[in-house]
Structures are given as C-alpha cells and as structure tokens.
Design a binder for this molecule. Structure first.
Ligand code: ATP
Ligand code: MG
Length: 416
C-alpha cells in the first residue's frame, strides 16, 4: 500500500487543519501572557539526547522510538517528546547565561511507535511549556494553573487533575531500595519488561501498562511513606495554593509518570470523557545538569493536541470554522478578468479573503463557485461597470445591492 498514509499517522485538511490551528492559537496566546516565548527545535536529534533524558528503562526509549542511521552512520531519532530537545538547546546555546527564570513553549509533531488506537498515534502533536531556573512550590502551582487556564479557555470540562510527588533525591533513593526489596521475590509474577525495569529503575514497574491491575503493584510501597520532611513541605505548599485558588485535584500516590527525568512534583489532567491524559507534566531537578549544563531545576508539561481536539469535537466546543470568504468577484468578459485580478489584489492587501473565477465569463458557473464558498460580498464586473467605474456590490447577509465607485469598494466592504 505504497500510496496510503503510514499506519498511526493522520492527514489534516479543510476543517481538521483549522481545528488544529485554532487550538494552537488559543494555547499560544495564553502562554504568552505567562511570559513564555517559542522555541523551535529540529524534528530529529542525536539518539543520545533522548536516551539520556527520557531514560534507558522507559517505554519510550526501549520500545517507541523511531531511530535510524543516516548516511553518515549517525544514530538519529525522530523526537518522541519535547522536553529533551528544549533542554539540549537551552544548554548548547548557554541560555542560562543571563539572570532570571527562562520560559519556553513549543507546538509540533512527535513520533512514537505505539499501537495505534483512539487518542494514540505514531505521529501526534504536542503543545508544551517549560521553565528553567527556579524550584519553588509557588512556581509549580503557577505552572499547573496555566495548564488549567488553557483547559478553561478551550471550555473543556470534566477533567480531573491528578497530582503526586515522587520526592527529592533522598526520598527516591530510599523508595527505590524499598521497591527492590518488595519486588525481589515477586519478579516471576511480573512481565518481562518489569524484570528488566527492576534492575534499571524499579519505579518504572509502577507505570507498567501490562501489570497495572495486579495486586502486586497495588500493594507495593507508596512514595508518600518515604518522603523527606523537605519534600513533604514542598508538596503541601503546592496543594495549599491549589486549595486557595479553588483548583480541584486528587492526590494519586501511585502516579509516577513514564519518563525518568521527573523528580518531585508530577501531575496529569485526565479526561472523564475517555479516561485518557490530555496533559501531563512535572518537575525535573537534574535534567539541565545531565546535559552538562549548570545545576538548574526545570518544570514543564505537554498537552496531547489530538486528544484535546477529540474532546472538543465530542462536546461541540469549536467555534464555526467553516470556510467563509469575504468577497467573490464575478467577471463577465476577458478584460473584466484583469479588473477582477486588480481588485482582488487591492482587497487582499486589506486582509480581505477573495475568490474569483479564472475561466468562465457567464454568470451561472460563477454563481456556483460563489455558493460553494459562501461569501459576505459579491462584486460583479462587466463591460458597463468597467466603462462607468461603478461596480455592483451585493451584500449577501443584508440582501442588498449597491452601486459603488471603484475607489470606494474597499472601504464599503470593510464597512468604513
Ligand atoms: P500515556 O500514558 O497516555 O501513554 P504518556 O505518559 O506517554 O501518555 P507524555 O509523554 O507525558 O504521555 O505526553 C504528554 C501528552 O501527550 C499525553 O498526556 C497525551 O495527551 C499525549 N500523547 C502521548 N502519547 C501520545 C500518542 N501516542 N498519541 C497521541 N497523544 C499522545
Ligand atoms: Mg505513553
């Protein structure tokens, strides 16, 4: 099937592409209010960028990456997520060199070799936001708040915020030891991947999709019993902020997230509509350092744009994005086609969208075109109009027809 799209990918055209761009417009407008600027990084990176950050034991690295050798025998990978490349760029360009916290957002395609199904594709889009430079529970609260604001602005209801802390370094060290001890004599009851995770990063076992319903996982030690006092206080301050700001949440002590770089705060917004996460994120204490940068903490999240789009379609939350053209120009002879080109040129300079017919001189096919694109105004140009310089303009909403001088058409249509 050489001429069909690759399994797990999507084409976006007509209304679908408008919906994607509508979401992009809303989210980027909001995040700019929070002081974020856009970062555009390559679609592929050296494989090591993802292995080092996302983690050797993660599902993404072990199973889901599109990795290939280029003609120079370099191992490259199509980005499976956004954070790693942003950190790589941040460190490589020494963006930490000036004072203050740094805020970046991105919007674009990601690639993961997953089993395609509803809300899960091999190419999908993420919108993400990242902050480097400070670790403060108030900043964590504000980051969560900005994601919440995006959901509110898109009018998406029925979303549950799940939040947890996986603690600071010491908390996680102690927790890892406890998990190893707990799973030691239960390994034969876990899936093969989990046996591997046991050695590399036992916390990953808790994120296993195969074993997720087993009692062994449910009864495993919980991170909350291993938190240091500092980690507890940090987390409680975030919860206090959310309480004060009346942001509903549930603390889910088994939430660990599927990427190794997370530390301390982790969160997900889950949709009631299909139980899928539409946004997920957390804090990462050591990511910048692990890319040979300074010891600067980071925090961020990513929205799954297709999942947002699904919910918005289901709940009828998109505004009318149907094609609606400002002006159709009908021209009744060859010379009028040139006048039409000229008028279209001037109208488009004024940011008005214009359609015209390039082939027909009779009215019928041109009105057919007009019906298809549903214009706000129709301008008719024939020999008489060219000679008098007075054109017929139809206002299709108010159902009136006016004779307008050529040099007044732009201001007439713009309602000035
Ligand atoms: P999941 O648990 O659903 O596999 P994840 O933990 O792998 O998600 P992240 O890596 O945190 O997800 O990515 C952030 C968001 O990107 C997810 O919450 C989801 O909305 C979206 N996302 C992740 N993988 C896919 C995919 N294969 N297709 C579509 N959207 C996805
Ligand atoms: Mg996943």
């Amino acid at each position: 099937m050489a001429y069909q799209k690759v399994k797990g990918t999507n084409d976006f055209y007509d209304l679908d592409s408008k919906k994607l761009r509508y979401i992009e417009g809303v989210v980027t407008n909001i995040i700019k209010d929070y002081g974020f600027s856009e970062m555009i990084t390559p679609i592929f990176e050296n494989t090591e960028v993802f292995v080092r950050s996302v983690g050797e034991a993660s599902d993404i690295v072990t199973k889901e990456m599109y990795t290939f050798l280029d003609k120079g025998e370099r191992s490259l990978t199509l980005r499976p997520e956004g954070t790693a490349a942003i950190v790589r760029c941040f460190v490589e360009n020494k963006l930490f060199g000036t004072p203050g916290i740094k805020k970046y957002y991105y919007f674009g395609p990601m690639f993961r070799y997953e089993r395609p199904q509803k809300g899960r594709f091999r190419e999908f889009h993420q919108f993400g936001a990242e902050i480097y430079g400070d670790a403060s529970p108030y900043l964590d609260a504000e980051v969560i708040l900005s994601a919440y604001r995006i959901l509110t602005e898109l009018k998406i209801k029925g979303v549950k915020l799940k939040i947890n802390t996986i603690g600071d370094f010491i908390s996680r060290e102690n927790y890892s030891k406890a998990l190893k001890e707990y799973f030691k004599d239960k390994l034969d009851k876990l899936c093969d991947d989990c046996k591997n995770r046991y050695n590399k990063n036992p916390m990953r076992i808790l994120d296993c999709k195969v074993d997720s319903d087993s009692d062994i996982l449910k009864n495993a030690p919980k991170i909350k019993d291993f938190l240091t006092d500092e980690a507890k206080a940090y987390f409680n301050t975030i919860l206090k902020c959310l309480d004060e700001l009346k942001i509903p949440y549930v603390v889910d002590s088994s939430l660990v997230r599927g990427l190794d770089y997370y530390t301390d705060t982790v969160f997900e917004f889950i949709s009631d509509f299909d139980g899928l996460a539409i946004c997920a994120g957390g804090r990462y204490a050591d990511l910048v350092k692990s890319f040979n940068g300074p010891d600067l903490p980071g925090i961020g999240y990513a929205f799954g744009v297709e999942r947002v789009k699904d919910i918005m379609e289901e709940e009828g939350l998109f505004p009318n994005l149907e094609r609606c053209v400002d002006v159709v120009i009908i021209s009744l002879d060859d010379d009028s086609k040139i006048s039409a080109l000229n008028l279209a040129y001037n109208l488009r300079k004024e940011k008005l969208s214009v359609e015209m017919d390039y082939k027909n001189n009779s009215l019928k096919p041109q009105f057919k075109l007009s019906d298809r694109v549903n214009p706000r105004f129709i301008v008719i140009i024939g020999e008489a109009e060219r000679e008098s310089g007075i054109y017929t303009v139809k206002d299709t909403i108010n159902k009136i027809e006016e004779k307008v001088k050529l040099d007044k058409i732009v201001s007439f249509i713009k309602g000035e």
